[in-house]
Ligand binder design. Structure first.
Ligand SMILES: Cc1ncc(COP(=O)(O)O)c(C=O)c1O
Length: 398
């Protein structure tokens, strides 16, 4: 008998794990499924990235190991983009690091700073790689519920002093998945100050920084004075450039912190495929022109979906960023039962809030990954499910 580690057993089921098989079964049975589950946009990757990739595939040099250094041109493009986007300068060679998607860096980071029994601070609902990476490193995650009355902000100041003293790492993600909340400057200043006071590494996950609406601009954590001492920031090409499957992201921060993550990675992977890095550099160099249509389309989808959901009986605000709607359910309606019913009875695939941890209960998440017409159709189907559960025992027995 092979016995599995306590760490493995501590991992909760990954939220998206069973969905593909349920979806396949429904499609095979003839159901028209509208998949609003994963944050995987339907827009194609940029032609500039595809062309660069094609060129790279024809050149055997790009088929070699990239190692952690990766493609210097990618690091330079990343540093140039950070400078254009946020007005901040980082040394490409020592202060940027290519990642096999930002998930990879975020989940490996605890191995660089956590000893068994140390605390990591993890938001809930939240991106599950923070929790998984913490558990796999033997850390004790301290889960902080994100509440609507608090603007879904992870308030470090409410964490007991004894925990803060044991904390080595805090994950903070705005624009946020799944709530689509954004952070104020004042919040970021308080967060940086607290991490400095307790020597907590701040992993600032900025995967959605370019997907912003209504004129809102998402800042870099490094715009906050003093952040360089304690923060690493994570960026992704997945969402802005619709390159989810290419697996490319990067970390930015001062050399010592980037170096620690580099050291961990040098033992577990050999960096992103060099051809993908070449494509990523081509995308980053034209980010302004390439991201704008994606952003505009998401804004249109958000507007259409918010209006349709309100009409269907849901109460929600229009978010200022990210690619999600975080929709409240009536009190007493369990999100998993609602999502299952919506999928099996109407073909509308959304993620229950509980998939992002127990504190996500009472909500479901819609990814704006299909066109406005399909989003409207999904909203109407979800409205039907809402009516059914309102009338059924689900609401009364929960
Ligand atoms: C908040 C957040 N961070 C990071 C990621 C990971 O993105 P990547 O594809 O770069 O690994 C995601 C993906 O959904 C996300 O929602």
């Amino acid at each position: 008998m092979i016995e599995f580690s306590a760490r493995l057993q501590a991992l909760p089921g990954y939220p998206l794990a069973e969905i593909p098989s349920i979806k396949r079964r429904l499609i095979e049975s003839g159901m028209d499924v509208i998949d609003l589950g994963a944050g995987d946009n339907d827009t194609p990757p940029p032609a500039a990235a595809v062309e660069a990739m094609r060129d790279a595939l024809a050149d055997p040099a790009y088929s070699k190991y990239g190692f952690q250094q990766g493609l210097p041109a990618f690091r330079s493009a990343a540093a140039r983009w950070v400078e254009r986007r946020f007005g901040l300068r980082f040394d490409p060679a020592s202060e940027t690091l290519p990642l096999i998607g930002s998930k990879e860096g975020l989940s490996h980071l605890p191995l660089a700073v956590v000893n068994p029994g140390d605390v990591t601070i993890v938001p809930e609902p939240g991106y599950q790689a923070y929790l998984g990476g913490s558990l796999l490193a033997g850390a004790e995650p301290y889960v902080v519920p994100l509440r609507p009355e608090n603007g879904f902000l992870l308030d470090l100041e409410r964490i007991p002093e004894a925990i803060l003293r044991r904390a080595r790492l805090a994950y903070v993600n705005y624009p946020n998945n799944p709530t689509a909340a954004v952070a104020t400057q004042e919040y970021l200043e308080r967060t940086v100050a607290l991490c400095r006071r307790y020597d907590i590494l701040l992993a600032y996950d900025n995967a959605y920084c370019d997907l912003t609406f209504d004129g809102y601009r998402a800042p870099s954590i490094f715009e906050i004075p003093g952040a360089r001492d304690i923060a690493l920031e994570f960026f992704s090409l997945s969402k802005s450039f619709s390159m989810t499957g290419w697996r490319l992201g990067f970390a930015v921060g001062r050399a010592e912190l980037v170096g620690a993550l580099t050291r961990v990675k040098s033992y577990v992977d050999t960096g992103p495929f060099l051809a993908v890095q070449k494509a990523g550099a081509a995308a980053l160099d034209r980010a302004e022109e390439l991201v704008e249509p994606v952003r505009l389309e998401l804004e249109r989808r958000r507007d259409g979906a918010v209006a349709a959901l309100r009409q269907a009986g849901f109460t929600l605000e229009a978010p200022k960023a990210a690619m999600y709607l975080w929709v409240a359910l009536p009190p007493g309606v369990p999100s998993a039962a609602f999502a299952k019913r919506a999928l099996e009875e109407t073909g509308a695939l959304v993620l229950p809030g509980s998939a992002f941890g127990p504190a996500g209960e009472g909500f479901f998440r819609i990814a704006l990954t299909v066109g406005a017409d399909r989003l409207r159709a999904a909203a109407e189907r979800l409205g039907r499910t809402l009516e059914t559960v309102r009338r059924s025992e689900l609401a009364t027995t929960a």
